[in-house]
Design a protein around this ligand. Sequence first.
Ligand code: PLP
Length: 283
Amino acid sequence: MSRIVYVNGDYLPEEEAKISVFDRGFLFADGVYEVTSVIGGKLVDFDAHAARLERSMAELEMASPASRGELLDMHRELVARNGLDEGMVYLQVTRGAADRDFAYPAEATPTLVAFTQAVPVVDRPSARNGIKVISIPDLRWGRRDIKTVQLLYPSMGKMAAKKAGADDAWMIENDFVTEGTSNNAWIVKDNRIVTRHLGTEILHGITRAAVLRLAREAQMAIEERPFSLAEAKAADEAFITSASTFVTPVVEIDGQPVGRGSPGPVARRLREIYIEDACATAL
Ligand code: PLP
């Protein structure tokens, strides 16, 4: 079944959607994106995703193609036109098409595209069973707080994980875990929840922020600080957060079981309260 996708103001069957060869997203990865999950046909944490998109564009001096209200309308229209009950909306903004030049064009009209993906997000085998991760060096650029479409290194990391019989990779810089290829990394030791502090080294995950808020509300002990790979391997529990995986347990790191090698109670509880909150606040 053909999807209806959004391209610069038009809703089109995916086969008819076209972008210029000169689009800077294609030539320079000069683009930013957001992924918002959909539960029961409603958008989870839309405002926070829109705010991060605005920040990403501002950091790159990129013109915004639409207001927050227009983006919300467009997301809802796309969800409705595709009859999406559960899954994701992917949105991408690029600087637009211009003759190839490293310098930003003086005037360019941003390209805005979006599409839906129908996938289960609430009930997933990975949430029930946990995932296995490997560690790899973090070889990405230094502005990981900007959500750009330069995703080749994370793709290479995922492939390395697959080849090693694992599901994902955690990236390591100076012995410390930065984050997963497409998620934030967390550990639990002696009932203290640890996740890396915000900075340019990691993406400021929307799910990370929501889980921190919910964990604090539930009186759980939290430390926002770097943790080493050795600390992660010796943890009682580990898990990841992202808009598409919510809270998903990590049961193995580099072939070694984390804790008892099965999803732990803290990750399970956080997933439950996150989904409860997401369902209650989705737009
Ligand atoms: N870190 C990276 C590198 C990501 O690519 C993502 C999501 O794509 C995340 C963290 C999680 O962010 P969010 O919770 O906003 O999906």
